[in-house]
Ligand binder design. Sequence first.
Ligand SMILES: [Zn+2]
Ligand SMILES: [Zn+2]
Length: 230
Amino acid sequence: MTYDLHIHSCLSPCAEDDMTPATIAGFAKLNGIDVIAVADHNSALNLPAVKIACDTYGVKLLPGIEVNTAEEIHLLTYFPTVEAALKMSDALYEKLPAYPYDHNIWGRQLVLNEDDQLLQEVDRLLTGAVGMDIYTVKRLCEELGGIAVPAHVDKDSFSLLSVLGFAPEDLPFEAYEVKRPEHTLQKLLDTGRMPPGQEILTSSDAHQLGDIAEHPRVLAENSCLLRLLR
Ligand SMILES: [Zn+2]
Ligand SMILES: [Zn+2]
């Protein structure tokens, strides 16, 4: 099963406005991707439309959210259903800073339906850090039946390893997202910053259509995420 499990829609202020649910699903199909995750910053509000669009195109959807924890660590949270992701989304919204939002500065945050019609614009900056630490976010995700995966751990900002320096023993994960495993994974393992033997995922982190993986990777046969895709 080929995958791209880190795609931002037009709900993320940093993503292009043409990253609409229907367009993402269509692009995924064109690129031969079997399963995608749309994982917007701190919100699941576009997932109902993405789910319908994916069903229409025959692409599997793994519902996701990329949470920015209180420590400014990006944590991908994946869920068995869109409903579970929406429950997480509601809890995150309550913990977002509520200062005045100006889309001219940060970009628009569009919630669309499956026909790309505008339903609403979100009025809190979704890329902000939520008032929940990484332990709390992980626990909440798991209580909703989900699996948390530290995002782009080899990036030098907004990642588990750039913020904490190493993966704490009391914070175990079944999988880690590594952006450039060919270049960085061995070093992370050799220096003991990451535990050995973990599942490694590599996705596009697409913010524009051209970024959606043209050469998607294949999900491991024993991937932990298969528990959510059944
Ligand atoms: Zn990120
Ligand atoms: Zn991202």
